[in-house]
Design a binder for this molecule. Structure first.
Ligand SMILES: [Zn+2]
Length: 405
């Protein structure tokens, strides 16, 4: 049995699906803007936004196409197996060789991310990276990515050899733990990329702590992150668990919003915290991990998955390539549908929290500022929202906030 053709067909189907989505996305820019968000951009900014959107989409299609052909070439010409042949014949080194090649192949896309950051983002005023930050980020990302992939590969190798068919269950549990460790380490990892300062004393800090106390929500600290080193876009997030929770505000948020608007954004994040949305997301991602476990098990017990691509025996790195870029990529849009549906519901609930705290109006003006800063699509086609939007559109959110106020 040779699986090369079915694999190439599935891989192409994934690419085509994304291509169609990109085209729908490009056409979205022509949709009329809903009345309740008509004041987000002025005519000039709106023209700029459309140009930005069109250029990003066109460039996205180009880079996805190049990346598709590179990966297809590696796959159908047995390049993974040939490259692995240059390495010692131990199971670990064979796995590592495939991970390394896949990392090196992603370096071929560097000119594209360079153009995206330094030319497109730069021309529209988003980019704050210097070329030094850009290259330092790329090197760190490559090394961390390789280490993570090798870690996951080793985990798969060990679980399969030690547990055999119990792999599905074990893999799901291990990957969930792995995800937990990563989100636990996230504050530490983000220190590699950014600097954190405590929030200055004053009106804002008092109001934020008042909100937390009122809702019986305990956190360890509120920190401001120097996001302005890389971007002009703003954000806020909660990280960590239990009493170790830290709230991170982008410095761009603190600089561009009024204290009441920041409180509104904060109350929204607090809503996520109170509804345990992070935990719910963890559960959903555990289900995904279980599906990955099933795929891993099926892949590893099918010898043709390896022999069809030039390997003599099971290669754990190649198994991961097959699972992630073909098998899971093929079914993940279905997951996306469910996960995004739940996520949009959670966003409405979090907005309701801000309304409940009396910040409805400020949340609307904050969301409009955020939409403007992020060049958000004001009128995406409903198909796109259903398939890939984790947040409702700005217009939908404002309508809900006004209904609840
Ligand atoms: Zn949210």
């Amino acid at each position: 049995m040779n699986l090369k053709v079915p694999a190439a067909i599935l891989f192409s189907a994934v690419y085509l699906y994304n291509l169609i989505l990109s085209v729908v996305r490009m056409r979205s820019a022509k949709n009329p803007v809903p009345a309740n968000v008509a004041d987000v951009y002025d005519a000039e900014t709106y023209r700029k936004w459309r140009a930005y959107h069109a250029e990003k989409s066109r460039f996205g299609i180009l880079s996805a196409t190049v990346s598709f052909f590179i990966e297809l070439f590696l796959l159908v010409c047995n390049i993974y197996a040939s490259f692995a042949n240059l390495f010692p014949k131990t199971v670990f080194m064979q796995m590592f060789a495939v991970m390394l090649l896949s990392g090196l192949a992603s370096l071929l896309m560097l000119p594209f991310s360079w153009y995206d950051t330094m030319s497109i983002e730069e021309r529209y005023g988003f980019n704050k990276s210097t070329s030094k930050t850009f290259w330092a980020d790329q090197i760190k990302e490559f090394l961390i990515g390789l280490a993570l992939m090798t870690g996951i590969g080793s985990l798969l190798m060990w679980a399969h050899q030690a547990l055999g068919d119990w792999l599905i269950l074990a893999f799901a549990i291990l990957m969930t733990l792995f995800a937990l460790v990563i989100s636990f380490l996230y504050p530490v990892l983000s220190r590699i990329f950014n600097k954190f300062q405590p929030l200055e004393d004053g009106e804002l800090k008092e109001k934020l702590y008042y909100l937390l106390e009122k809702n019986g929500y305990r956190v360890r600290d509120i920190k401001v992150m120097d996001a302005s080193r890389r971007t002009t876009k703003s954000n806020a997030y909660f990280s960590g668990f239990g009493r170790m929770k830290t709230i991170v505000l982008f410095d761009t948020l603190v600089q561009s919003m009024t204290p009441d608007e920041i409180c509104a954004v904060f109350a929204h994040e607090l809503g996520h915290g109170l509804h345990k949305d992070t935990l719910k997301n963890q559960i959903l991602s555990s289900v995904q991990m279980a599906v990955l476990g099933v795929l891993a098990w099926l892949t590893l017990r099918t010898a043709a998955c390896f022999t069809s691509f030039g390997f003599d025996s099971v290669n754990y790195g190649f198994a991961i390539v097959l699972i992630m870029s073909i098998e899971f990529a093929f079914i993940s849009p279905l997951f996306g549908l469910l996960v995004n549906y739940c996520s949009r519901k959670a966003e409405y609930r979090a907005d309701a929290q801000a309304v409940k705290e009396g910040y409805g109006e400020q949340l609307i003006s904050a969301l409009k500022k955020l939409a403007k800063q992020n060049y958000a699509d004001l009128a995406p086609s409903p198909l796109l929202v259903m398939l890939e939007y984790s947040h409702p559109t700005l217009s939908q959110r404002i309508k809900e906030i006004e209904n609840k106020s």
